[in-house]
Design a protein around this ligand. Sequence first.
Ligand code: NAI
Length: 812
Amino acid sequence: MPSVKEIFETMEYGPAPESSEFVDAWLEKHGRRFGHFINGRFVDGGSTFEVINPANKSTIAVVSQGTATGVDQAVQAAAAAFDNWRHLSGHQRARYLYAIARQIQKHSRFFAVLETIDNGKPIRETRDIDIPLAARHFYHHAGWAQLATEVFEKYCPLGVCGQIIPWNFPLLMLAWKVAPALAAGNTVVLKPAEFTPLTALLFAEITQQIGLPPGVFNLVTGDGHTGEALVEHPGVTKIAFTGSTEVGRIIRQKTAGSGKKLSLELGGKSPFVVFDDADLDSVIEGVVDAIWFNQGQVCCAGSRLLIQESIAEVMYSKLRHRMENLRVGNPLDKAIDIGAIVAPVQLQKIESLVQQGINEGATCWQPGWAVPTEGLFYPPTLFTNVEPAGTLAQVEIFGPVLVAMTFRTPAEAVELANNTPYGLAASVWTENVNLALDIAPKIKAGVVWVNCTNVFDAASGFGGYRESGFGREGGVEGMYEYLRPNWEQQLTEADDSGFEPRAEPGVNAGNAGSFDVASGVSDDRAKSENVAIDRTPKLYIGGKQARPDSGYSYPVFDPAGKYRGEAGLGNRKDIRNAVEGAVKAGGWPKSTAHLRAQILFYIAENLQVRAREFTDRLIGDSGYAPDLAEREVAATIERTFYYASWTDKYDGRVHQTPFRNVTLAMPEPWGVLGIVCPETNPLLGFMSLVLPAVAMGNTVVAVPSSRYPFAATDLYQVFDTSDLPDGVINIVTGNQLELAKVLAQHLEVAALWFFGKKSGSEMAERESAGNLKATWVTYGKARDWFAPEQSQGEEFLRHATQVKNIWVPYGE
Ligand code: NAI
């Protein structure tokens, strides 16, 4: 009789196919042909294209290729439905979302089979992960709809949301986008990916069944051109996109200046870091989940395996053994690990990147067995001997290809982990919780899984750092992507009267009498008893005053045209130096919140000491009435206290995810933040922006009001006497548009706030597409810097941080 060990070694799996009978019948009922879903009903969408089952290359159905006209009809339907939908009570909206969740649950296997046929992913995954998670998202967001008026009392919905999703998790990505949008009171036009539109069409039917008001959810199928039409439609107020970084960048450029709110969930090359004390058998199963889940077509796939050198060979051999035992084949078979690649073009992309890796000298290993030939299959693949800068280590392959590298020390692991432009997710494997929690904050990623991987939940935000995009989906973080402050609609246009600083030596002659250039004080003012002790207003870079690289200065006048002095005309080089100064102040984000609070309080104290001087400055430069100037200085001191107070109080959450996990949502600073300040309120406006940024641990390159720059340049000595470390705040005066452009294009600037001229908002958003900076711009609207709701608070702190979710499992 064979031993149990022998049985385990020889045991073959029998076929365990899931039937597609019901799904086939549904497809037949529709004549295997679908139009768009607009205003609550299916409409003919004109020309069509075929949807293919990647497991056998058969045609499943034909769907419509959406045109600009189709998109326009859908947007109009969504716009018409918006008013009623937003004014339903939260409870009424919650009922609809709850009904959707229940309907998905009731038909979960139907959805799972359809998804598997359409996408090629194993039924095991669609059944156990995609569909239950999609239902969970609607449950969770039914809750947000119910609570919206209480929790988001000061916020309102945006309008029509254009949502563009990829093919790797078709229904789940729909749920991630549609659920929060509807919960917040928006209406939706969704464009699914051209390869995988079918579960979205089934979802549309479900919205009909539950009686969702027509126009609240609309669906236009089609390819990238359809997506483009949606992005460009003027009736759309928000674009939510998940897909490639390349298209994300295009969308960033196309929407620049339009005022459309944007969230981008893009590609990744996520590290899977294994320390030598990790439980290696768990690690191996983790790797299987990380890179062979959904054939590796996962934005957060752990595609870079970073192993501590001492255990590398053991790991490779365990991994090869496990890979030999993976099963690739018919995704409808319940005992299949890896299904089909979504489309021929994706398979070719994988093949060509693998070949490139081989050409670059990396070692390729694949299991001994062959994959089925009738469909689009690719074997699990392991690369070793990979150069950290090589193609395989840098480019998102989006296939079942794992790239392994080694490290020696934790510091080296972090360096390797951060060595791509992406920052979506990371896994850290070690039995040492201290080490894990030391590494997690150092990795630049929106999600860090400790001793687990690819865990998702509606209660936790998901989204990237760096070129993996911005914005979060899920949890309270995700809700804000679909809301805006109530008062925003009442804002008026800022005074955009076109002041351009120009270098003009000698312009003071005849304008304000003689002028002492060295001290910057005109002689008539020097004789006055209220004179402030003036300073030579250079730039402020790395904690030092620096002359502008250009060697130019520009004259500054008060509103009556009286000459007030000269400010440095900063240029590209000055911004670069300032960014370098800000990068060097890297100790600031790591400093304790208590230290940052102390320094901010100290700044307030020193501002108070000089209150008279700043008041005079505002009276003299900006022509303020004395009481207004005093009010601005007092408000600035109070605001400094305000952010000193928030420093150690704006902290994270522990999300209620339904696993044995603590899910820590940690607000982290961006790094170097560029801030272009308003032309008006040169002191209060400047500090209202710079303070929340530095309070949260960012280092800042600020461009002050170009019309009235001296209130900001007077701050150097306040900063110097308040123990502010060098380089935490850098100030470059000059032409705001020119300087903002350099900031927008600079790859080491992680985020950009533009509160200057209207035309600058468009430029700031467009030019920031290079490294996909998160931007916060005003579109030329003026804020009231004295009104607390507009000028301070959580909105500022939220923009000053990005949330990292760290998942730490517990239990045996
Ligand atoms: P893609 O980014 O082109 O497509 C994603 C969605 O955007 C689809 O619905 C597509 O129709 C739409 N789209 C394409 N061009 C558009 C445009 N100019 N304007 C508006 N919408 C547009 O991704 P694709 O071509 O399907 O895959 C290419 C590569 O992208 C993959 O190999 C993978 O590396 C990456 N990718 C990343 C995903 C992620 O979740 N991070 C998802 C899908 C793909």
